[in-house]
Write a protein that binds this ligand. Structure first.
Ligand SMILES: Nc1ncnc2c1ncn2[C@@H]1O[C@H](COP(=O)(O)OP(=O)(O)OP(=O)(O)O)[C@@H](O)[C@H]1O
Ligand SMILES: [Mg+2]
Length: 498
């Protein structure tokens, strides 16, 4: 049994319509026909009730059939329309097909005999198209739902299909990428990437993998063979995953690991070196006592020994402090001393880079803070400042107590400055403008974490080309809150040795 179809016919020739209705009813009684001589009334009927097919005549009163076809297609794109035109009007029929008609009929001979078949055929064709479109949309939705980058390429590296995530990464519509060479569309290259996994997949007919760096990003790329409709291996599926953050995290972990090892090593070495240094210093002292004061040149040499022994032990002490890994609790710390010790570690580096350091320290700034945390804060801020002044410049380090008693620590450089659009990202983990291997983007994140954990605040002021100022406000903490307060001489409000 045939499916019942609702057919709308628009034709201004009343007699013709009658004949048409009788013929269709006779040949296919399951076609239920509504006829209209007025095109506008026909359009209105379409919006009031669902039809399965439209038979549209070309010559209509007051409106061009082609124009009406366009209007119908605009509102009901999947509704099959059969365009009917008189003899000698084949060109119009071609135009109608181009504008979306599913079929056309030339009014000649016994065309009415086959009309019912043409209607059913157009309907089935439209149904098939709808099914294809639905499954294509479903596939695309599935494709677009994948959060990694997926692309299908043919043997000549032409993109056949690409998901939305991938297209977004290259700021394009998926449709605009189809047909372009993958290396050009995705990586702005004029030839395939070196060791392209897709190429190897075609050569060896098996899946392949590559880790690739592009600009500041790192990708993992898998490539899988894919057969075409004829069963030949004509395509490859390329699956890319952006692993930049993961890589940075791994680098940071390796870095941390290295630091721990360095810590253990340096504390061992430091202890070993301290003894000979003590012996040298003791011997120097003995000589300075026995050499008569008038032998000034000898005393000068002894002073050189003393200065260098002192320098060597300062380096060792700094190393020991920085390499200490145990978790430190908050305690009374002198902010200026911590800053000085941090500076001492990198002073040489700054001299080489032509950076002048200006210290403006208010004396006696004792606060209750985790000293390791404070060291990390100052080291990260100073390192950033140094890196911002590749051509040299001035580094201002300031400390003072503000009106409310909070300690204020400022690190200011005369470097490249930070563009306004980057300011909001500064404390986001892994945000860096430095190339891979140079910056992990964790420095300021750590600074922020330590400061906020201790109830402090960070402020940034920066101007591109002029420089940057980081201000850390460390909250005033009452000595009574501190677990070490029992070691304080309350009168003097200064730490004393227990
Ligand atoms: N003093 C500064 N001058 C100019 N830009 C800065 C300054 N401090 C930070 N930045 C910008 O902020 C970004 C993030 O800094 P952050 O210290 O978190 O990471 P990084 O320095 O890139 O890497 P890492 O500190 O892990 O080695 C930097 O890449 C840089 O663009
Ligand atoms: Mg940094």
């Amino acid at each position: 049994m045939n499916k019942k179809l609702q057919v709308l016919v628009i034709d201004d020739n009343q007699d013709q319509l009658e004949v048409l209705r009788i013929m269709l009813a006779k040949r296919d009684p399951d076609l239920q026909v509504d006829v209209f001589t007025d095109p506008m009334a026909g359009l209105q009927a379409l919006s009031q009730k669902p039809f399965d097919a439209v038979l549209l005549d070309y010559s209509l009163p007051g409106v061009n059939g082609l124009e009406l076809l366009r209007q119908i297609k605009e509102r009901w794109p999947h509704l099959p329309v059969i365009f009917v035109t008189g003899q000698g009007n084949e060109k119009v029929a071609v135009a109608a097909m181009r504008d979306g008609a599913h079929d056309y009929i030339i009014k000649e001979g016994d065309y009415l005999k086959f009309l019912h078949k043409t209607i059913r055929h157009a309907y089935e064709k439209a149904q098939l198209q709808k099914q294809i479109l639905t499954s294509k949309l479903r596939l695309q939705a599935l494709f677009d739902g994948i959060q990694d980058f997926i692309s299908v390429q043919d043997r000549d590296f032409n993109v056949v299909m690409v998901n939305r995530k991938f297209a977004e990464w290259v700021n394009a519509d998926p449709e605009s990428l189809v047909g372009r060479k993958c290396y050009e569309a995705y990586f702005q290259r004029s030839e395939p990437c070196e060791s392209c996994p897709v190429k190897r997949t075609f050569d060896r007919l098996e899946k392949d993998f590559l880790e690739m760096k592009h600009d500041n990003d790192v990708f993992h790329i898998w490539s899988y063979p894919m057969t075409g409709l004829d069963g030949n291996l004509d395509y490859a599926i390329e699956h890319l995953r952006l692993v930049t953050d993961q890589k940075r995290m791994e680098e940071q972990l390796i870095q941390n690991d290295k630091l721990v090892t360095l810590g253990i090593l340096s504390s061992g070495i430091a202890h070993e070196i301290r003894n000979p240094l003590n012996i040298i210093e003791a011997a120097r002292y003995y000589l300075s006592e026995v050499i008569p004061p008038e032998e000034t040149d000898k005393h000068e040499k002894l002073m050189i020994i003393r200065k260098n022994v002192y320098r060597a032990s300062r380096i060792i002490n700094n190393l020991l402090e920085f390499s200490r890994r145990k978790e430190m609790d908050a305690q009374e710390v002198d902010v200026n001393t911590i800053l000085d010790k941090t500076l001492a570690l990198i002073e040489k580096e700054m001299r080489v880079r032509d950076i002048e350091v200006v210290r403006e320290f208010e004396p006696g700034l004792i606060t209750f803070f985790d000293p390791d945390g404070l060291r990390q804060i100052s080291l990260n801020l100073i390192l950033n400042a140094i890196q911002a002044m590749p051509e040299g410049g001035t580094l201002h380090l300031r400390t003072h107590r503000d009106e409310s008693g909070n300690i204020c620590l400022e690190v200011e450089d005369t470097g490249v400055g930070i563009p306004p659009e980057n300011l909001k990202n500064l404390f986001t983990p892994f945000f860096t403008t430095k190339p891979i291997g140079e910056g992990t983007g964790l420095g300021l994140y750590i600074v922020h974490a330590i400061v906020s954990r201790n109830g402090g605040e960070i402020q940034v002021e920066s101007e591109v080309g002029k420089g940057t100022l980081f201000r850390i406000l460390l909250p005033k903490k009452a000595a009574a809150e501190s677990p070490t307060s029992m070691f304080l001489d309350k009168e003097r409000k200064e730490p004393v040795n227990p």
